[in-house]
Design a protein around this ligand. Structure first.
Ligand code: HMG
Ligand code: MG
Length: 284
């Protein structure tokens, strides 16, 4: 049996959130529907954040209302607080994600609070999610490098990860937010984390600023990690991490994985069509 890798498609959210032009809602819906034909188990469809902070995601509820959901795919969204969580549940998301940071500097810039205060917000959200039986994923940004605080010690990431797991997150996605991770820093981080948690709860989320994302995924694969986030078309970036390029392109990740004989369950032909459309959205 070939080894299976799960690709968590984040293009409609991370890929689009930082586009300069406001993308029409119908184009976002079309992208999600095209991605639904590819066979993803998870599509991060939008985020329920403050429209003052991220205007591009202001149409989150309309996007959710317009997509044609496919059986077998979970349509997920970012939710920074209870307000976002309640809106996401009302809009029919299947799963939500909270997003914290390993660095104080990025936590303040991205969600306007300290790491400690972010946990207070997350606790009430996770308590409600337990009642609703809604799965919650936890992101940690700046896992090796922060644009404000510099290099990040693995211990800082481990501390946040253990608290998120303890609160009830089923998986921790490690965000190389600015794409500064190297094979060395990635190896150092993952090997340290595996002293505290199994590889099955860890996902890699690499931005490809320095074209090192695929190598870093290779390091994670060797360590036994089997879940990776990527964006079809390689779009993306965070408005609060200037200079960061897009997420690693799903097409490139899948090509590499298939060459390595990993199974992804994804339809490459449909993926190429979605990729062309995603790229056209960022070019227009
Ligand atoms: P705040 O300004 O501190 O909070 O923002 P607030 O409670 O004072 O609210 C300010 C205004 O926003 C109020 O409106 C609220 O009602 C409204 P006003 O009264 O002024 O008219 N508001 C909301 N509106 C809609 N939905 C909501 C919501 N919450 C408040 N959920 C907050 C705090 C967390 C809301 C804000 O900082 C925020 O939305 N940040 C999100 C930033 C973001 O989306 N960043 C990109 C995603 S993270 C990322 O890309 C990294 C990742 O990819 C991993 C990686 O690469 O590392 C995940
Ligand atoms: Mg990201």
């Amino acid at each position: 049996m070939p080894d299976r890798v799960k690709i968590f498609e984040v293009g409609p959210r991370d890929g689009l959130q930082n586009q300069k032009r406001i993308i029409p809602t119908e184009d976002k819906i079309k992208l999600v529907d095209m991605l639904s034909n590819c066979g993803f188990s998870h599509i991060e469809t939008t985020s329920f954040v403050s429209p003052k902070w991220v205007p591009q995601m202001a149409d989150a509820s309309a996007v959710m209302a317009g997509i044609s959901k496919k059986h077998g795919t979970a349509y997920t969204a970012l939710t920074p607080n209870m307000r976002g969580y309640e809106a996401a549940i009302a809009a029919g998301v299947d799963e939500v994600a909270i997003f914290g940071s390993a660095s104080e500097g990025f936590s303040q810039k991205n969600i306007n609070c300290s790491i400690e205060d972010s946990f207070t917000r997350f606790i009430s959200l996770l308590d409600q999610a337990k009642i609703d039986k809604c799965k919650v994923r936890g992101y940690i940004s700046c896992v090796t490098h922060c644009p404000y605080d510099g290099s990040i010690d693995p211990e800082q990431v481990i501390k946040v990860a253990l608290r998120l797991l303890d609160m009830g997150c089923y998986e921790i996605s490690l965000g190389d937010t600015v794409g500064a991770a190297t094979t060395e820093t990635t190896h150092n981080l993952i090997s340290s984390m595996l002293n505290y948690m199994p590889e099955s709860v860890i996902a890699g989320h690499f931005h490809d600023t320095n074209n090192t994302a695929l190598e870093n995924i290779g390091v994670c694969l060797e360590a036994g990690i089997r879940t990776f986030d990527s964006a079809t078309g390689g779009l993306g970036g965070c408005p609060y991490a200037k200079g960061a390029k897009g997420n690693v392109d799903t097409v490139s990740v899948v090509k590499m994985l298939h060459e390595m004989k990993f199974e992804t369950g994804l339809n490459v032909e449909e993926l190429n069509k979605a990729s062309a459309f995603a790229k056209s959205l960022s070019e227009n």
